[in-house]
Each structure stands twice: as C-alpha cells, then as structure tokens.
Design a protein around this ligand. Structure first.
Ligand SMILES: Nc1ncnc2c1ncn2[C@@H]1O[C@H](COP(=O)(O)OP(=O)(O)O)[C@@H](O)[C@H]1O
Ligand SMILES: [Mg+2]
Length: 238
C-alpha cells in the first residue's frame, strides 16, 4: 500500500503518545512517544511483556484514561477535543471490548448478555433479544441462548463475549488478552470468528495477546517495549 493510501485509510492514529503514572512521589513513564496507525479493516496483534503498557494503551485509545502527552484520533476525531461525556458516548457507540475473563454477567443468559449491549445502544428489549438469538444461532450456539455463563465452556463464553462486543456494530474492537484463558486451538478459533464478524463492515481490531500462534493469524503484529512500538517484519523469525 503506498503512503497516500495508507494515510487515507488510517482509522486510529496515535501520535507522540506517552503516559505517566504517579507512584508515591515518583512518576513512572509508560508508553514513551508512541506513533502508529491502525487501518480500517485490519486485525492487528499487540505483543509485549507483562508491564509494558498494553492495557494502558487500550485504556487511552478507548478514552477511559487521558494521556499525559500526545494525541489519539479515531475516524478523524481527536479524543482530546471531546469532553468526558462525549468520550463516553463515542466509546459506547463505536468501540467494542473483549476481555481475558470474558466478563459476561453471570445472572444473565447468553442471549441476555448480548441483548443488554443492544439495549444500551437504544434497541427495544424484544428486538434486542431476537437479534441476540439470531447472532448466537449464526455461529452454531442456537441451542445455548438460554444458558447462563457458568453452563458454557470457556470457548463458548468467549464466543458469546465476541458477539456481545460486536452486536452494536462498533467500528473498533479492543481486545485485552482475549485468548489468555483458552487453549491454542480455541484461541485461533476465536480470532477466526472475530475476523469473520469484522470482515463485512471493515471493522478494525487491536488484539493484545501472549500467544504467537494467535498473533500470526493477525494481519500485522506490533510489539511494545520500553523503546516504543515496533512493527514485526512480514516474515516472522520466531
Ligand atoms: N493505575 C495505575 N497506577 C499506577 N501504575 C499503573 C497503573 N496501571 C498500570 N500501572 C503500571 O504501568 C505499567 C504498565 O501496566 P499495564 O498497562 O497494565 O501493562 P500490561 O498490560 O502490558 O501488562 C506497569 O508498570 C504497571 O505497574
Ligand atoms: Mg494488561
């Protein structure tokens, strides 16, 4: 892709980003001067050792935290120009989250967990439940719509969590070690489901993972360390 096309396609643009955590009287700088973009429609894996700042980076991109320095633009909106209320609205509408421990609501069925997000985005209850059941059926979980999370396997819970993150059609998915609790095969299946769900609408995903097997199924791999963020070359030398 040439530079001009690359620029036009940039969906998330991170410029000069760094963050500081106060530690007593000390200040700890994480994410020193990060610069990178995510293009529309790509799934990008983010690798980095524990403590390198991966979760912090996701929190900054989602606007849950404000950066010490630098700017994040999503679809041309600079997050720093939005007040907290506008950032919350933006996040709810345009970003979907997938977590390591699935974070399904234990007292709600699989379908209700998905419907809840649709209702938060304005869908009436009945329509939300119908859509949630249809989504579950579309990935072969039609028989499990009334099951509670505890009655589902880890892989099934994560697939429900993926549908929940995607149900309201957010343009950006942020996933924090979503396969950390799954075996390698289920982890790759999870990413495959994510890809299928994102493909039709050119959704973008940033997926933090420890698993090289999972990272290799992404379109690109970024690595985070003290020196900043690096792109892995196309031919991985693991
Ligand atoms: N709320 C916080 N307050 C102070 N320090 C924090 C906070 N969150 C994270 N950190 C520190 O920032 C660094 C990066 O953390 P984190 O983003 O969770 O890394 P990762 O997700 O890559 O493991 C770590 O050294 C961590 O201890
Ligand atoms: Mg983390």
């Amino acid at each position: 892709m040439n530079a001009e096309a690359d620029d036009r396609e940039a969906f998330v643009r991170v410029s000069g980003l760094s963050h500081v955590y106060a530690q007593g009287t000390q200040a700890q700088v994480v994410l020193p001067d990060l610069n990178f973009t995510l293009r529309r429609g790509e799934i990008v894996a983010l690798l980095g050792r524990s403590g390198s700042g991966k979760t912090t980076l996701l929190n900054l991109i989602s606007g849950i935290e404000a950066p010490g320095q630098g700017e994040i633009e999503i679809a041309g909106h600079a997050l720093s120009t939005l007040n907290e209320q506008a950032r919350t609205r933006f996040r709810r509408r345009h970003i979907g989250f997938i977590y390591q421990f699935f974070n399904l609501v234990p007292s709600l069925s699989a379908a209700e967990n998905i419907a809840l997000i649709l209702e938060l985005n304005g869908a009436p209850l009945k329509a939300a439940m119908t859509q949630a059941r249809d989504l579950l059926a579309s990935i072969g979980l039609g028989a499990k719509t009334g099951h509670f999370p505890a009655q589902l396997s880890g892989g099934e819970q994560q697939r429900v969590a993926i549908l929940r993150a995607l149900a309201h059609a957010p343009a950006l998915i942020l996933a924090d070690e979503p396969t950390g609790n799954l075996d390698a095969h289920s982890g790759q299946e999870m990413l495959q489901l994510l890809r299928e769900q994102l493909r039709a609408r050119r959704g973008t995903a940033l997926v933090v993972t420890h698993s090289l097997a999972v990272a290799r199924t992404a379109d690109r791999i970024l690595t985070l360390d003290e020196g900043g963020i690096h792109e892995q070359a196309g031919d991985f030398a693991w």
